[in-house]
Structure formats: C-alpha cells, structure tokens
Ligand binder design. Sequence first.
Ligand SMILES: [Zn+2]
Length: 322
Amino acid sequence: MPREVAPGIFQIELPLPRNPLRSMNSYIVTGEDRNLMVDTGMNRSECIEVLDQGLASLDIDLSKTDVFVTHLHADHLGLAPHVSQGRTSVHMGPADIENINERDYWSRMLSFALKNGFPAVDPQEAIRKHPGFKYGPLGPMNLTPANDGDIIIVGDRRFKVVHTPGHTRGHNCLYEEDEKLLLSGDHILGDITPNISNWDGEEDPLSDYLFSLKLVRELEIDLVLPGHRSLIRDPVRRIDELIEHHRERAHEVLDIMGTGAMNGFSIASRMTWDLSYKSFEEFPIMQKWFALGEALAHIRLLESNERLLKEDREGIVFYRNR
Ligand SMILES: [Zn+2]
C-alpha cells in the first residue's frame, strides 16, 4: 500500500523477487493539474501488480501524470511505457537516453567484460540473465531530456534537476529547495551502497560519482527519498560514509594487487562482497558480472590517480601497481 512520505508525496514499494535489492521505491508527487511519478519499477508482473494497485488506491489519473526517471536502469525505467498515456512526458538525463538508444550497447558491454577477464563461456548467459535486458522498457514512450538546472513544477513544488553522474552517466536527482527535499534515485542509498560500475574504457565513473556526492553534500536537505530501502534524514553523514567506503575499497584493490599483474576479473574475485555466498565461485553469474563492473570502476579511478599501470596481453587487460 502507498505511504505518504511528505504532504502529497506517496511512496509505492515494488517487490524485486530474487534480486539482492529486494524492492524499489516509486514516488507519486500529486499536483492540482498534473502529477509526477518518479521512477517506475521493472517490467515484470510482480511490479506491475503492486504499482497498478497503488495507483488505483490513490485514484491517480495517468492521463494527468508525467514521469521522471532518475536513470536508465530497468528497475527505474522499466514501467515507463506501461504508465504512459498520450501526453505523458518521460523525463530522463540526455546521456541515459543516448545509452538506451544505442544499438550495440549489450555487445559493447560483452566485449569489454571479455577483455577484462570475464570467463568466455559465461558472457552470453550474463546478458540474457541481466535484469536490464530481461525487464527493460518495452513499447513507445515520449522521452524528454532532463538537463541539469531544469525546473519541473508540480502543484506548489518547484523541483530542480541536479545532474549527478556516477551510478549512470545521465543520472539525475530532483531537489525541492523550499522543502529541503531530495529525490535521490540510486545516487544516495541508506542501507546499501549504490553500485558504481565501469563498462567503458574511456570513462571514470567513480571519479564522477565522488564529485556528484560532494555536489549534493552542499545542498540543504532534511529528507532524502531514495530509489531503494529506507528514507534518509541525515544525508551528510551518509555521503561521508559512502566517500569513506570507496576510499577503503581503493586500498583493498591495491592490497590485492601486491606486486603482480592481474586482470579485472581476478581482482574482483578477491575483493570482499556483502553477499550471502561462501565464495566468489558460488556467486550467480549476474553477481559476478556486477562485481566485475564495480572492480573496474575502482581500477579506473586508481589508474586516473596514477596508482596503477595498464598493459594489454594478447587482448586481455592487466594491471599492476606503479
Ligand atoms: Zn540503478
């Protein structure tokens, strides 16, 4: 059942069975003329059922509702076509719009994973099982670029778009200055650490993420409405914890490397992961995939900071301490 988390703002918690995230939060900001739904859920029956019930119990008229999607991941964007009616605008960061329109997105990720040591027998299966591939949006929607600084008015509220690259390139938060309210998507989460992955040799998403954390740390915020789990009332403390977490992880990577050369996948297999499996070998393929992406984000940051050297050995990328 929806719960009112601020006056006229309702949270609907959508279940994500067999996914370590457990659930995701969709928010409905009600307004006199039009409502705004922030994030929509995965395109799978368990989410659709709860979302439809929640919208019905709030008596939401979807023909008077627009959608704001914090980022392209399937748990946030997946049901945007489902709730879209003729006039519905689906606001999302331009870099994420570009990504979902990219035709060879999955094959590019796959070849990057192979170059970084992901076992050759598994990658096709990883793509098939990837929630982004399985539960992504199907059907037309009216995607509208949401740029940093754009204002979206809902009733008496003025939400400002804050571009926060890191979790994805186009990730956006929504900030209501008078109310000191932030809808944070997956930029800041309270009970779990947002996944920062690198699937592109050129970019440095963890540097971007740390920069975006510092940017949001400067905002006056009393309440954060995150994309997963519980509300956050002390964001500065949480942001400092997240920055510290990534500093520790960087040290862990350097320790694992020692004096030898290793590829991304073997580094990932030796890092500590907060999952309930006895060993990395027991991880389901999808968790190995996410672990590799996260390890590569740390490796890329260390490379930018000139702590690691990169070398190509017969098509596989290896790293060593400088
Ligand atoms: Zn996400």
